[in-house]
Design a protein around this ligand. Sequence first.
Ligand code: SF4
Length: 341
Amino acid sequence: MTSPTTTTKRVLLAAPRGYCAGVDRAVIAVEKALDHYGAPVYVRKEIVHNKYVVETLAARGAVFVEETDEVPEGARVVFSAHGVSPAVHASAAARSLQTIDATCPLVTKVHKEAVRFASDDMDILLIGHTGHEEVEGTAGEAPEHIQVVNSPEDVPGIVVRDPEKVVWLSQTTLSVDETMETVRRLRERFPKLQDPPSDDICYATQNRQVAVKKLAPECDVVIVVGSANSSNSVRLVEVALDAGATASYRVDTAAEIEEAWLDGAATVGVTSGASVPEILVRDVLDRLARSGFGDVQEVRTATEDLMFSLPKELRADLKAAGTPVPRPERGARQSLSVEPA
Ligand code: SF4
């Protein structure tokens, strides 16, 4: 926490923050689909968990639905970055829907791990949040082999068929520290527990947590920009508090910031979840500047340059039509994406 004698007001701005490669790709996929095919383009579930992004794409003609049976037969539907189960692919095929799969490749990687371990007849303990779309999609790859472990407290109740053949996997957007605690307890119960071949918690989730951990101990309050249903945004609030921030709040937009949060504060931390466009962070910084927090210092703990190519179905159609698919420069993308139509 900042010394009470410090009078200079400042903002510590986390970097990396905001859009990850999977979100960037999914949002561009919907934008390009709208440009290429015209509205409406149906999207199953929120393309990414951010209210502003969803509302902006809806204003351009995206129609968000909960399930494929709400999409007219034969129409085009985009699957969100969180991934879908084989059952959803099957139901889309049964309705002759034209699908564009914007599942993040790092989620697809976890799906493939689940399929492989299930084919080895292992019990898979999927650490994640029951009901989250990503967890539903991954669990749907091998429902007979997967059970969801929500937290370390779930561990005592787990029953497996053979304690020698157990592996853990995880949702991509969890708290690294809490997940490792869950794994530690799982290993106490199942000493032969296997690890995933590589980290399931993705680079973007980890990088954003490391950055907020670095600045939180110096902060009286940490403001996390992100929606309530964004797992990685909610985790950033928890990580900030665990790392020593006196207080931490999640906001969708700058308008939700309460002046009382800033009373007596000298240092305010700011970060944003992986589904948050930079324009919303800029609004928060402007809002804080109006309360005297105009001095913004970036705290960078990593540099990201990962980008994913567009979903193959969309790439093929764009290519066939001779439409160039420029790869946007990441920094520009963060500020230009999803401007209101
Ligand atoms: Fe992919 Fe990670 Fe972004 Fe999720 S948070 S879309 S897994 S890069």
